[in-house]
Design a protein around this ligand. Structure first.
Ligand code: ASP
Length: 301
């Protein structure tokens, strides 16, 4: 196997009904966005970048794209404000960093990486996370720069519908680098109309994110409460590590469990320790893109 054939990458831009996507031009926004990020990830991994640096960079690009619910484009909570969650994990060491309930930060995934690298902790929340961001010299941005017209329109629709069918969606990236190490990153604005202080699965290791070289790297998206109850990301990893499944089998088993035990809504992307890619979702659609073993870019929406 050549070095390039050893890397794999998957990214997602959320799962959900995407009811507003009724034609090819509406779909193109997500498809083109996903493709651009996969190509940037390919350039990094094929040049020998680590899985960790690659998932961080891909997640940051998805956070910057207003089409996706993370960073710029985050959905709004019950008060019409932004509260974002993010996490990153290194499959070689099981080191992880996460933040929850942050605002005024363009790239929460970069703050999560700093938590992992520069503190003895794993998860920092709200004021504490913001204080740490300041200490790290991470530039603050006005939340107005992160709020998009789409997020406002959705919040207003949510209020009119009295809380029915809140939009979710999230972003994530998983990778296996040419050295065989896995990493995962997940970042989100959460769910439209969520209570102030609500934290979903995205920054919870084992629920919305997981990476272990012994099994796989996972990033999840969907109604976070469903994923936390069955510890979704780790459930998939356990199927690989303890039952010897591959990415496809473990992903199916995880999604079946999600469906049966919590009637869960959402999806996952998975790369196993052999670099095999898999994804599955219980929602109408999920945006994802991938490269398996250095092969051609695939996009599905
Ligand atoms: N899982 C995220 C949350 O519950 C939302 C999403 O993936 O859309 O906060």
């Amino acid at each position: 196997m050549t070095a390039n054939a050893r890397f794999s990458l998957m990214i997602h831009g959320g799962a959900g009904p995407f009811a507003h996507v009724t034609d090819a031009s509406a779909a193109a926004r997500y498809i083109d966005g996903a493709r651009a990020v996969v190509e940037q990830g390919r350039a990094m991994l094929s040049a020998g970048a680590s899985a960790l640096d690659t998932v961080e960079a891909c997640a940051a690009l998805l956070e910057d794209d207003p089409a996706f619910n993370a960073g710029r484009g985050s959905v709004l909570n019950e008060l019409g404000a932004i509260e974002m969650d993010a996490a990153i994990m290194d499959g070689a060491t099981l080191a992880a960093g996460a933040v929850a309930g942050v605002h005024n930060i363009a790239n929460p995934i970069r703050l999560a990486r700093r938590v992992m690298q520069d503190t003895e902790h794993l998860l920092l929340i709200a004021d504490g996370a913001m204080r740490f961001a300041e200490q790290c010299g991470i530039a603050q941005v006005a939340d107005d720069a992160l709020v998009t017209p789409d997020a406002i329109a959705e919040f207003e629709a949510y209020q009119r519908s009295r809380g029915e069918s809140p939009r979710f969606g999230t972003i994530g990236a998983v990778a296996r680098d040419v050295y065989g190490t896995l990493a995962a990153a997940t970042s989100t604005g959460g769910m439209t109309g969520k209570r102030v202080g609500r934290v979903g699965d995205s920054p919870i290791v084992g629920a919305g994110v997981y990476a272990d070289n012994a099994s796989c790297a996972v990033s999840a998206t969907g109604r976070g409460e469903d994923f936390m109850r069955i510890v979704m990301a780790h459930t998939i990893a356990a199927h690989i590590e303890f039952a010897g499944m591959d990415a496809a089998g473990a992903t199916q088993a995880g999604i079946e469990r999600l469906r049966k035990r919590t009637q869960g809504q959402g999806g996952v992307i998975v790369i196993d320790h052999m670099g095999r890619c898999a994804s599955a979702h219980t929602t109408a659609r999920m945006v994802c893109g991938w490269i398996e073993h250095g092969g051609k870019t695939q996009i599905r929406f």
